[in-house]
Design a protein around this ligand. Structure first.
Ligand SMILES: Cc1cc2nc3c(=O)[nH]c(=O)nc-3n(C[C@H](O)[C@H](O)[C@H](O)COP(=O)(O)OP(=O)(O)OC[C@H]3O[C@@H](n4cnc5c(N)ncnc54)[C@H](O)[C@@H]3O)c2cc1C
Length: 406
């Protein structure tokens, strides 16, 4: 176990500087254009792939870094560059983490590389859990997986929604119910290989922010996949279902998928911090140079104190994210839902800081001549996806009280 430290060490600092260069030189200049185009920025993903930022190796290295801060540092820098482009680059990792968390070694070896493709032929992957009637309430999902024993195939039917990279992905990871009577405990995750008939993209959503990231419905119409595409394998699933049917509540109702979400939340918090830091920096610069009443606006306590609060909240959010990331990397249990705490606080901070930044920039802040209005739009998703702020509070409240708070 590594000791908790606020010094990331020379290796992590070198990675941070390298990512910062890419964020400043490649992402920043392209951000406004892709936000307007509202399309997947394939050339930017490809550039990231060419230098190794979009690769399985890179994320695996950061993911397994014992300090735990490899992923948060990477996320913060990329999202400091731009959140829409950032999500287009890292959206694949959500599906990769699902395979990593639930798959066998063989499944990881087969599917994880196909999710990224190669620098000359980049691919993306999608994680499809949410449905029109199952957002926060994951246990309500209706997509059905039925086993065809004669052919050793699974047949998937249903409609997924809001899937990042949905329909354009090479590999889709789909959460489906095998036994609806068991709720969340009757669910399993499946890999749908590239080009599988029956999987199609439904509506592509036009969004308020992170517009360079593709979000769409995914329709599954008699999608047949080999038995080997059930993540974790059939034997493990059958054991799990048998335990659930016996009514064993040993885990206190917390399933493996939720534990994985909890562990990945700090990474999402780090993305929000990247956006907040970017907006704060723009506002600080502006406040020092914008002159009204014969003096820079930062000379007014009213403005300077706003900046002081913005910086304080960003640093506090980062501390929560780093603590939770270190805990996850060192197998420390989140006894007070520390992962949710970090995502909750970082998401709310990004919304607050970007709104304050717009205020400090006055009329300019409201225009697309300056990046803070885009950052504000981008920040809004951070209180919604990967568990809304209310759901994070619910998780924290249950953890600290031990009660089934509703
Ligand atoms: C841009 C974008 C990308 C996404 N990417 C993915 C993806 O890649 N894969 C995927 O599977 N999903 C994805 N999602 C879905 C996302 O995770 C859901 O939108 C989110 O979980 C919320 O679900 P919902 O939208 O159905 O809101 P609802 O669950 O309907 O919630 C509506 C409101 O009610 C509140 N609420 C609900 N229940 C409670 C409660 N018990 N107590 C208090 N308040 C409550 C919520 O906090 C929220 O404010 C994405 C969504 C967006 C917008």
């Amino acid at each position: 176990m590594s000791t908790f430290s606020l010094d990331p060490g020379p290796d992590q600092l070198a990675v941070r500087d390298w990512l910062h260069g890419f964020a400043a030189d490649v992402m920043r200049p392209a951000a406004a254009e892709w936000d307007e185009r509202e399309e997947t920025p394939w050339p930017i993903i490809q550039e990231a792939a060419k230098i190794g930022i979009y690769s399985l190796d890179f994320y695996a290295q950061q993911y397994f870094d014992p300090s735990g801060v490899g992923i948060p540092i990477a996320m913060e820098e990329l999202f400091w560059g731009d959140a829409g482009l950032g999500l287009a680059i890292v959206g694949t990792t959500l599906a990769a983490v699902a395979v990593l968390a639930n798959g066998t070694d063989e499944q990881i070896g087969t599917w994880a590389p196909q999710m990224f493709g190669t620098p000359d032929d980049v691919k993306v992957a999608a994680f499809c859990s949410s449905e029109p009637d199952a957002g926060s309430d994951v246990s309500a999902l209706r997509t059905r997986a039925v086993y065809d024993e004669a052919k050793d195939e699974w047949v998937l039917n249903g409609t997924k929604t809001w899937a990042t990279n949905g329909g354009i992905a090479a590999v889709h990871v789909v959460v489906a119910t095998v036994d609806p009577a068991l709720g969340a405990r009757g669910q399993a995750s499946f890999v749908v290989p590239p080009g599988t008939p029956g999987l199609s993209q439904g509506q592509k959503f036009k969004k308020h922010g992170i517009r360079a990231s593709h979000t769409a419905e995914v329709v599954l119409d008699d999608v047949r996949i080999p038995g080997s595409c059930l993540l974790g394998g059939k034997e493990k699933l059958d054991e799990r279902l048998a335990r659930a049917r016996e009514g064993a509540k040993r885990s206190g109702g917390k399933n493996a998928a939720m534990a994985t979400f909890e562990a990945s939340r700090p990474a999402v918090g780090a993305q929000a911090i990247g956006i907040a830091r970017a907006a704060y920096e723009v506002a600080l610069d502006y406040a020092k140079t914008r002159v009204q009443f014969g003096r820079p606006i930062i000379d007014n306590q009213g403005v300077a104190f706003q900046l002081a609060d913005m910086k304080t909240r960003i640093d506090a959010a980062r501390l929560l994210v780093w603590r939770a990331s270190w805990m996850a990397a060192n197998n420390q249990l989140f006894t007070s839902a520390e992962g949710s705490m970090s995502k909750l606080y970082a998401g709310e901070t990004a919304k607050y800081v970007t709104a304050q930044a717009m205020q400090i920039l006055g009329g300019n802040g409201f225009t697309r001549e300056y990046p803070v209005e885009r950052m504000h739009r981008d920040s809004a998703i951070y209180t919604i996806f990967e568990g809304t702020s209310e759901i994070q509070r619910l998780v924290i409240a249950r953890a600290i009280s031990g009660l089934p708070i509703r």
